[in-house]
Design a protein around this ligand. Sequence first.
Ligand code: FAD
Length: 479
Amino acid sequence: MDTEVLIVGAGPTGLTLANELRLADVPVVLVDKLSQRSTLSKAGGVQSRTQQAFDQRGLLEPLLATGNHPIGTAHFAGVTLALTRDRHRYPWRSIPQVVIEGFLEEHLAAQDLHVRRGHELTGLAQDGDGVTATFASGAVVRSRYLVAADGGHSTVRSLLKAEFLGRPGTMTTVAADVRLDGCEQPMTHARSEDGHWVSLFPLGTDPQGRPLHRLALGGPGRSLPREVPVTEDEIRDGLRAVFGSQVRLLELRYARRITNAALQAAKYRHGRVFLAGDAAHVHLPLGAQGMNTGIQDALNLGWKLAAAVHGWAPGHLLDTYHAERHPVAAAVLHNVQAQSLLMDLQGTRDPDLMAFKELFTALTQLPAVQYHLDDMLSGMGIRYPMPGAEGQSLVGLPAPDHDLGSTRSHELLRRGRGVLIDPDDRFADVAAPWQDRVDRTGQGADAEPMLIRPDGYVCWAGKPDDLEPALGHWFGEPR
Ligand SMILES: Cc1cc2nc3c(=O)[nH]c(=O)nc-3n(C[C@H](O)[C@H](O)[C@H](O)COP(=O)(O)OP(=O)(O)OC[C@H]3O[C@@H](n4cnc5c(N)ncnc54)[C@H](O)[C@@H]3O)c2cc1C
């Protein structure tokens, strides 16, 4: 083998996974076809669960120190979820994807793992022992596992002939990062009587302190093929159609056309090959979910692959990646399709649709509705289907951050191992055979006993008798 895990694609998904595998001492090669890191801004919104996961690895503080990354408010179909603003310890933040990618790549480089750039994967074959990847350059890499983090147009997915199911794109819209004059509102969705629309989301400021916006626009005659370059005139024209002379384009920093495709791989695992991030699911960027879902795919898969490489993964562990992450992205696609429809209703003159829109808008002012939507978008409401999850308050959910006196339980996850919180010091004997994989801690703390997986999810918090089976289920045979 040339390496244990070959990761194809150094976007946020591949970079997160490489960091996870590095933390677990797994030999890994990370390749990208681009000869330089992309400078194109795509994602901007970073959800609570992603920030929490970065904090559990000690990466959040240094990431936030890279610049001014303002706290914002999550929104659903353009409706600000203002009541959820102070709900989480890690509030919704605007951090450009390029900053996250740069940060993760530098963190890897500091550990002597460098992205091998200019390597485009073109071929793939797998057998019982491993995967053989071939590259446009003629290079060949043999690995035990391969992870496709190569984006929405994944070559790996095509080579596998993996089913990619759902609704193909039926139209395109323009997405751009702009500096505007006359845009006072932080977030706007406006539509002209003849159906042209513009959405504006704040993106923080440029180095000179001037406000930037993410703009999306569309309308009659504006759905052009993805390959047609977006022009400044097109954006000026779109702004004029909706705002007249009130809002003017000062600077176009970056633009692309995006489709409304909503597609998901039927299987995330194909033998020794795994699909993650946009390679596994694509959808319109509504509600800031794509990058966040990809990063969380990587966090879910990383420790499981590490367990397999180190030889202690129980037989079912790698399959839980699909079982846990496929429903999460399916739910994202579902809510994005609903958001897309609701966005289309903005500015409608149809009395029936207006009645529906008004009713929906009134509902979104209810705290329970805002919390429900926030659970969906923030990732904090994700509950993995695990043994013991039924009827338990915590199993399957992101672990709470307990104050353990000199430390916090989230800090203990920085080693990338399991954590058993044992406040009454009752489980030393039970946990001893797993001590090379699970840290037992929290004696004397005012906390509930629980077992936390390396990715930060509670996998036991129940009856004492269930702890040993849970350790075996998630951490393999006792030593
Ligand atoms: C306008 C816009 C706004 C968005 N806003 C948000 C947001 O606010 N929040 C959010 O969570 N998401 C957002 N998204 C979605 C987010 O950008 C994507 O979900 C994210 O980039 C997916 O990351 P990834 O690592 O899976 O794939 P990508 O970022 O696409 O990375 C794939 C990498 O694989 C490489 N690659 C491709 N093919 C090969 C090959 N054959 N060989 C080697 N390398 C290869 C590519 O060069 C690339 O670097 C937005 C997207 C757009 C377009």
